[in-house]
Design a protein around this ligand. Structure first.
Ligand code: ADP
Length: 649
């Protein structure tokens, strides 16, 4: 490959480019771009290529290699003058940098390479406009070439695996002309031990240490230890992660004395289903800000029984936090403080005093610099609005169940470099609707399975650890396909009025956690929310049941049951339609947030009849659409049964 390389006889201007690290980087880059199908980059034909799987330690050498592209070896001097951005540090992905990158890529004539640690860390807009988002190639082959050429021997698998663990710049210390295999092995080992985190790191590699070790070697079953948590290292944190990193940067300025505390956003509420990483977020935020975390649960304070004890515990928590400011004060299960809007009753006075107590503490905290209060809840609706106003916990961020890319990232995070060749995409796709906690549990179980038989974990262990779920019969699966096809066709028909555009539909024959099927919709913002629009949304929600009834002759339980089931959501919206939006025959209105507790609509048959009428009317419309378009539903259902997923846009 680099036939004419001679380390002892180089013009000085070229010496920097011909170090082992630069040569490996050059070879890696070419291999990455070729294997990734982006050869046009070499001719300056691509605008933007994103390379992921780059370790921060390697980024600067790889950036240099991009700048030198085609000029990296003595014999080849055709330079394309590409440029590169190191995005292995998450802070570099702040919106203003993303904006600048997009501007640069759109006006520059030079191709641009962006280096990122993980695929999941590439901002969506950058991934979409890039000519390619490709993984960094494995380095063993390039390293073997350099060792052969520089030192004159063929390195064995163990040595190669050890060299591949080193940051690229360290290769200049480990590979030198004329060096013996033994000495190279010792130096590389010494360098690995010098950086303990390298011992843990398992780079994607065909030739891993595990292959050549004997099974009796205890380290084969040793589990890599988790690194301390920081937001920069957490996948799937979305907006909350970005907020946290901005806060960490602001906090650094505050500590340097260049930003007053009043300019910091020092209160936020995270809301979302259990297991989505709210508590983990608080820990990682404290890690990234490098400040202490004080963690409390309001429900646990409440369990103390007496109001006085609860208020005492609350004040003590704030006082303790004040002593170690700047710090994070995490208040879990914040919904337990309740709301002063609760209807009068035994609880009302208790609730009022709890809320007032918290407001006092929060306002006190605002006056006393240095306490960042992070609240977490699954039920944001029941928290008193005064607690959530700007200046207290004014920033509200929803954490959702992770999407496919998020699930892959969370699996990678918990695998900590193990099983680099596993097809995590397929696994994450199979385990849809899983929370971060469920994915962490999956990896723990897989490790446990392997540990019990004293061998290293394999991809098969991950599959074996999946919750078994239930395999649907042919008839049940066909019903599921018809049901989803009904949503899609009703959705397409009503999209312009409802503002809901179906984008993707997915069914699963093996159902885990009751979540087998799903149609995703894009929500058109700013649509005229007329009576017709709200009714159209209900029609789309009922499209699945309508298709079951029309095409299969009867409905099933698929429409009801869980909080998010079609009928439950449709009933909620129809209730708002009648009792909150004033769109039915009456104008009286109850705030939507209070409908659940308001007696107004639950009492009496007349009220229920009003909701039932809306639902009945919409179900009729859904059935009419389904009758008219039954052929399309049949065709889509058959396709779904074969492919399991159809993308519509
Ligand atoms: P919540 O507070 O929302 O109920 P937790 O923060 O307690 O959830 O999450 C439970 C566990 O799930 C965490 O300790 C972690 O192992 C895993 N987990 C959740 N979200 C993530 C994530 N985004 N990345 C990695 N692990 C996660």
């Amino acid at each position: 490959m680099h036939d004419r390389l001679d380390f002892n006889d180089l013009p000085t201007s070229l010496a920097g480019r011909l170090t082992p690290s630069a040569l490996v980087a050059d070879a890696l880059l070419r291999q990455t771009i070729t294997e990734g199908g982006c050869e046009r980059f070499f001719e300056g034909g691509s605008r933007l290529v994103v390379i992921h799987g780059v370790r921060p330690d390697d980024a600067s050498v790889l950036c240099d290699a991009v700048h030198d592209l085609i000029g990296g070896t003595v014999e080849c001097f055709v330079q394309i003058n590409a440029s590169a951005r190191d995005w292995t540090d998450l802070a570099s992905q702040r919106p203003q940098y993303v904006e600048r990158l997009l501007m640069d890529a759109s006006v520059s004539t030079r191709p641009l390479a962006v280096l990122s640690r993980r695929r999941t860390e590439v901002p969506g807009v950058v991934g979409t406009v890039a000519d390619g988002v490709i993984p960094l190639a494995r380095s063993q082959e390039a390293i073997a070439d350099i060792v052969r050429e520089a030192a004159g021997f063929q390195p064995d698998e163990r040595l190669l695996a050890r060299l591949a663990r080193l940051p690229l710049p360290f290769l200049n210390l480990a590979i030198r002309p004329g060096m013996s295999a033994d000495r190279m092995w010792r130096i590389a080992g010494r360098l690995v031990r010098h950086r303990p985190e390298l011992e843990r790191e398992r780079r994607p590699a065909k030739l891993t240490d595990a292959k050549v070790r004997k099974p009796s070697d205890a380290s084969v079953v040793a589990t890599p230890q988790p690194a301390p948590e920081r937001l920069e290292d957490l996948p799937g944190m979305g907006e909350a992660g970005r907020w946290g990193l901005r806060l960490a940067a602001d906090l650094a300025e505050y500590r340097a004395g260049t930003l007053p505390w009043s300019d910091l956003e020092s209160g936020m509420l995270l809301h979302g289903p259990p297991g989505t990483g709210k508590t983990l977020f608080a820990r990682a935020l404290a890690g990234s800000c490098e400040i202490p975390l004080h963690s409390h649960s309001i429900a646990a304070w409440q369990a103390k029984g007496h109001l006085g004890d609860m208020l005492k515990a609350m004040r003590a928590a704030f006082a303790e936090a004040r002593k170690s400011a700047p710090c994070i004060l995490f208040l879990d299960e914040l919904d337990s403080v309740g709301s002063r809007d609760e209807p009068l009753g035994d609880n009302a006075s208790y609730q009022r005093q709890v809320v007032n107590g918290l407001l006092e503490c929060l306002d006190g905290a605002a006056q006393r610099d240095g306490i960042i209060v992070v609240g977490a809840t699954n039920k944001p609706d029941v928290i008193d609005r005064a607690v959530l106003r700007p200046g207290r916990l004014g920033r509200h961020i929803e954490v959702r169940l992770p999407d496919l890319a998020g699930r892959v990232g969370i699996l990678e995070h918990h695998l900590r470099g193990e099983l680099p060749d596993a097809n995590l995409m397929r696994l994450a796709d199979e385990f849809g609707e899983a929370s971060g906690a469920a994915l962490a549990q999956l990896v723990r179980e897989a490790r446990g399975l392997a540990r019990r038989v004293r061998r290293s974990m394999s991809e098969a262990d991950l599959w074996a650890a999946l919750p078994p779920g239930v395999l649907l019969s042919d008839a049940a699966f066909r019903r599921m396909c018809v049901h989803e096809a009904g949503h899609v066709v009703a959705g397409l028909e009503m999209a312009a009025v409802s503002g809901l555009v179906p984008t993707r539909v997915r069914v699963r024959r093996r159902v885990r956690d009751g979540e087998g099927n799903q149609t995703d919709f894009d929500v058109l913002e700013g649509i005229d929310q007329s009576r017709e629009s709200v009714e159209a949304q209900i029609v789309v929600m009922l499209g699945g049941l309508a298709a079951e009834e029309v095409l299969l002759g009867s409905r099933s339980t698929l429409g009801g049951g869980s909080r998010d089931a079609d009928l439950v959501r449709a009933t909620r919206l129809a209730t708002s339609f009648e009792f909150s939006f004033g769109l039915g025959g009456h104008l009286h209105s109850v705030p939507t947030t209070e409908l659940a507790s308001a007696a107004a609509w639950r009492d009496g048959e007349r009220s229920r009849d009003r909701v039932e009428q809306v639902l009945g009317r919409c179900f009729g419309k859904a059935k009419a659409i389904v009758e008219r378009r039954r052929e399309e539903i049949n065709a889509l259902a058959s396709r779904l049964a074969k492919t399991n997923a159809v993308t519509l846009t």
